[in-house]
Design a protein around this ligand. Structure first.
Ligand code: 13P
Length: 255
């Protein structure tokens, strides 16, 4: 982290976990544990939990995010949720391009880009996820894959809009596998993302962007990962479902 130039952000991504009742319980347990945090704390929750999450965290330092949004403002898209719908509820962030969406739901860089621009238009802050498959890392094309995702996902996004975007580097092979990237691997790719942003925008704009690491980050490895200059926070899956574990990661980012 380099807190002198950018915000440290710890975000939970609950994925398809927790009913509204369980969401209330979890957030009620997390809130007192993170109230002294010296970093931004976000919980990205399933659509049906958003209202409860917003109400439960009212008056706390926890911000609420959704896990996806559609690119159209409204229309004939049965089952989808638009960015203005989320904004009106009081949602602040939205996870976009998560590898599970890319893997299981046909998400492409083109649709991630459309969703990102729609989120920005509605005044939401996108957390845009990028990351290579194990096969791509083994073939030594991690940087090509990441550069391509960054360029396409942020196509037509202005430097001004970039200020409202968080990038999450999530190597697909480290998600939910218990296999964390080493702190060196995380730093290497997060630094590469920053260098790519510097080329696409300018060095100052790139320096200001929060870049998170995600993939089996937990209370045991957060310190080391967050100790790296270009790792500005975490996007936390499994460990965000346990109040004490999530709070311990927030504590590591508050140092
Ligand atoms: P895990 O922390 O469960 O590996 O999930 C990471 C992730 O996908 C966060 O978006």
């Amino acid at each position: 982290m380099n807190k002198a130039v950018r915000k440290a952000v710890i975000a939970g991504n609950w994925k398809m976990n927790k009913t509204p009742k369980e969401a209330k319980e979890l957030l009620s347990a997390v809130a007192p544990l993170v109230k002294e945090a010296d970093c931004e704390v976000i919980a990205c929750v399933p659509f049906v939990d958003l209202q409860t999450a917003i109400e439960t965290t009212d008056g706390t330092n926890i911000k609420i995010g959704a896990e996806n949004c559609h690119w159209a403002e409204s229309g004939a898209f049965t089952g989808e949720i638009s960015a203005p719908m989320l904004k009106e509820m009081g949602v602040e962030y939205v996870v976009l391009g998560h590898s599970e969406r890319r893997q299981y739901f046909g998400e492409t860089d083109e649709t991630v880009n459309k969703r990102t621009k729609a989120a920005l238009r509605a005044g939401l802050k996108p957390i845009v996820c990028v990351g290579e498959l194990l096969w791509e890392r083994e073939c030594n094309i991690t940087e090509e894959v990441i550069a391509r995702q960054i360029k396409l996902d942020l196509w037509d996004v202005s430097a001004e809009e970039l200020k409202n975007i968080i990038i999450a580097y999530e190597p697909v092979w480290a998600i939910g596998t218990g296999k964390t990237a080493t702190a060196e691997q995380a730093e290497e790719v997060c630094a590469f993302i920053r260098a790519t942003l510097a080329k696409l925008y300018d060095p100052a704009a790139a320096e200001a962007v929060t870049i998170q690491y995600g993939g089996s980050m937990n209370d045991g490895n957060a310190d080391e990962l967050l100790g790296k200059t270009n790792v500005d926070g975490g996007l936390i899956g499994g460990a965000s479902l346990v109040a004490e574990k999530f709070a311990a990661i927030v504590k590591a980012a508050s140092k």
